[in-house]
Design a protein around this ligand. Structure first.
Ligand SMILES: Cc1cc2nc3c(=O)[nH]c(=O)nc-3n(C[C@H](O)[C@H](O)[C@H](O)COP(=O)(O)OP(=O)(O)OC[C@H]3O[C@@H](n4cnc5c(N)ncnc54)[C@H](O)[C@@H]3O)c2cc1C
Length: 445
């Protein structure tokens, strides 16, 4: 019987294990040093905020694994010896495999700032980080300073803010997350963060962290020589593939574990998926390393099929992502870059209160719809996927905004205002809204 060993019990590793089990009776072992069971990493913040308990974040009951004959091992892997087809654990013991999946996720970036090893300085990725945050804030704090914007930075700010701890965020860029968001959305979110009472400092960089006589963080000094007294420093300057256990192995790495379109590394029986994997050749309009929950799921499934010998390519569909910035929900479909590319046009609508906006991108020449960012208004994912696939025009998309709206029945809608703005800016391309009832016709033809 084949033995499939999976390092990592995150979404990629667990989806792979389940996919293998659905297709075969082979032996499966899933290893993780972090937790005994799979949990939703995206829900870490809700545990700290008291909305969920750890057990509520586990998508499967604890009995599920034994029932499905998936062995779980709690241990850290230190090395992979592919020539012997074995992995080596921290305690020196080994395990043999027939196929191996590396699904070890990401690790938080930590640059070498003076003082970054003081007590109270931490990042947010794992359950251990969450425990540390509990420890670091257990007796209350007067202020936390978060270094870096991005999605994890704002989550950490929201978590601390929910416990009423004052928070300062130092963001190097001139607007929050403006390396991902266009100027308009980056400004909207920056304003929103401040409106929540978070001291967001833009164009601000960390110089050093000063400790007290007990080795605990006391002050943060910025490059402008401002000093900010604080008891916790959150480092959220991005994540990178967690591949340190591969340093002496034969497995090829770059920023991540290098894989082909079948998730195979340079060693034929070793595969990689999820945040730690780097495609040798990225798909059009996608990055070689994708650090998202839904891509981890698709990658885990596809990698598993390949491990079983069913040659399968990665087909994630059009790019989408969603997140929450405090109480503003964000979704993006297709390609919306911080700056327009040559040949692209845009249409931007923002609600006067600054909590909702839609940003459409399309080709100037053939008017083909390319992507949308929506904040504060929920839109139907399946429709945008369909319209991107069918190369629909911007005019068609705008005409069908009503059926595209996914907000509950009683929510206020804004389509009329949006179309009014479009028509006044585009007198040669005036459009009329179609009714909400056209939804079935769009989906079923
Ligand atoms: C706070 C936070 C919020 C997020 N929110 C979102 C969101 O809203 N939407 C979204 O799409 N994505 C979000 N993400 C990103 C998303 O969680 C990741 O993309 C996803 O979890 C990656 O899954 P994975 O299976 O590749 O790796 P992981 O979930 O990182 O799992 C890898 C596992 O492998 C274990 N491991 C690593 N090395 C070893 C070793 N040597 N030995 C043994 N075990 C090892 C790790 O401890 C870990 O348990 C968020 C991430 C964080 C940290």
């Amino acid at each position: 019987m084949m033995h499939h060993v999976i390092i990592g019990n995150g979404i990629a590793g667990i989806t792979a294990a389940r996919t293998i089990r659905k297709r075969s009776n082979d032996k499966i072992t899933v290893i993780s040093g972090e937790t005994d069971h799979f949990y939703s990493r995206t829900a870490l913040m809700y545990i700290y905020m008291g909305h969920m308990r750890y057990q509520d974040t586990k998508p499967y009951e604890d009995w599920f694994w034994e029932k499905n004959n998936i062995e779980l091992k709690r241990a850290w892997v230190n090395a992979i010896q592919s020539e012997k087809k074995q992995i080596v654990f921290e305690d020196g013991s080994t395990m043999q495999y027939d196929t191996l999946l590396i699904a070890t996720g990401s690790k938080s970036n930590m640059f070498s700032w003076p003082g970054n090893n003081l007590q109270g300085v931490q990042s947010l990725y794992s359950m251990q980080d969450l425990d540390l945050l509990e420890q670091n804030t257990k007796h209350g704090i007067n202020r936390a300073v978060i270094i870096g914007g991005g999605l994890i930075g704002i989550e950490l700010a929201e978590m601390l803010h929910a416990r009423k701890f004052p928070v300062t965020m130092l963001v190097r860029e001139s607007n929050y997350w403006d390396n991902v968001l266009p100027q308009q959305e980056a400004t909207l979110i920056s304003n929103h963060i401040r409106a929540h009472g978070i001291d967001l400092r833009l164009g601000a960089e960390l110089k050093e962290i000063i400790g007290d006589e007990n080795g605990r963080v006391k002050t943060v000094i910025t490059k402008n020589n401002e000093s900010i007294a604080c008891q916790v420093v959150g480092i959220t300057v991005g994540v990178s593939p967690n591949i340190s256990m591969l340093k002496d192995s034969e497995i090829k790495t770059d920023r991540g574990v290098v894989i082909n379109s079948n998730f195979q590394t340079n060693i034929s029986d070793v595969f990689a998926a999820g945040d730690c994997a780097q495609f040798q050749e990225a798909l059009t309009d996608r990055k070689p390393i994708e650090q998202l929950w839904y891509t981890g799921k698709i990658q885990g499934e596809t990698a598993a099929l390949n491990m079983l010998g069913f040659k399968t390519e990665y087909t994630p569909g059009y790019w989408y992502n969603s997140a929450k910035f405090m109480d503003i929900e964000y979704q993006t479909y297709g390609t919306v870059l911080p700056q327009l590319r040559e040949g692209e046009s845009e249409f931007y609508w923002e609600h006067p209160k600054g909590k909702k906006c839609l940003h459409f991108i399309y080709n100037t020449s053939d008017r083909k719809f390319i992507g949308i960012n929506n904040f504060g208004i929920r839109l139907r994912h399946e429709l945008f996927n369909l319209w991107l696939k069918e190369s629909r025009s911007i005019d068609y998309v705008l005409e069908h905004l009503k059926p595209a709206n996914f907000d509950p029945e009683l929510y206020r809608t804004y389509e009329k205002q949006i179309i009014k703005k479009w028509n006044s800016e585009n007198p040669n391309y005036k459009i009329e809204l179609r009714s909400k009832n056209s939804l079935n016709k769009i989906i079923f033809g």
